[in-house]
Design a protein around this ligand. Structure first.
Ligand code: GRF
Length: 201
């Protein structure tokens, strides 16, 4: 059974897609155990609370040191028996201690075809602007394992869509987001069914 913690900072549309897939029994061997946001007013927390899931505002600002914040995060994950962390629009760096405690058990989704258009500063509209500026014929979404380097870990699943000549960053973002909403639940289903390994990737 996948016992998932979702970490996000914003609206939570990817989380919503994953939650719906679980509620519709499309991912039978998975449940959401915990939702964490660094932002107390994030949509992702509202979505979690509407489904009576544990939804916690956890920010480094609440702690006197990074060490104590990381300790609190690890304690939460342990207490909820989490075995997979799903980043869904989480805008904060994952501390190396968390990465090594959950080695190969932290996933992220990126709104482009990694390894292109990833790394520091490549988030939100910046990604789609860069794709259009570079004249790319294709963009898409990538689910990958999180390691110590931004957008760098092994790629698990990717889906591409054509960039249209008339695309703006906004229209491209909207189409990529629809792909994300299919791809993330699909990746989790494959992992839960043992058809996609996070260990050997
Ligand atoms: C998505 O585009 C995702 O690829 C990126 O952050 C965005 C989160 O959107 N990592 P949402 O909060 O899931 O709606």
């Amino acid at each position: 059974m996948l016992r998932i913690a979702v970490l996000g900072s914003g609206r939570g549309s990817n989380f919503h897609a994953i939650l719906s897939a679980i509620q519709e029994k499309k991912i039978p061997a998975a449940r959401i155990c915990l939702v964490i946001s660094n932002n107390s007013s994030a949509g992702i927390l509202e979505i979690a609370r509407a489904s009576s899931l544990p939804a916690i505002h956890l920010s480094q600002k609440q702690y006197p040191s990074e060490e104590l914040f990381v300790e609190a995060l690890l304690t939460l994950l342990r207490n909820h028996e989490v075995n997979l962390i799903v980043l869904a629009g989480y805008m904060k760096r994952i501390h190396p201690r968390v990465i090594s405690a959950y080695r190969n058990r932290i996933l992220n989704i990126h709104p482009a075809l990694l390894p292109k258009f990833g790394g520091k500063g490549m988030y939100g509209h910046h990604v789609h602007e860069a794709v259009i500026r570079a004249g790319e014929k294709f963009s898409g979404a990538t689910v990958h394992i999180v390691d110590e380097v931004y957008d760098h870990g092994p790629i698990l699943l990717q889906r591409r869509i054509p960039v249209q000549p008339e695309d703006t960053p906004e229209t491209l973002a909207a189409r990529v987001l629809r792909v994300e909403h299919e791809l993330y639940p699909e990746a989790l289903r494959l992992i839960a069914e043992g058809k996609l390994s996070t260990q050997t990737a």
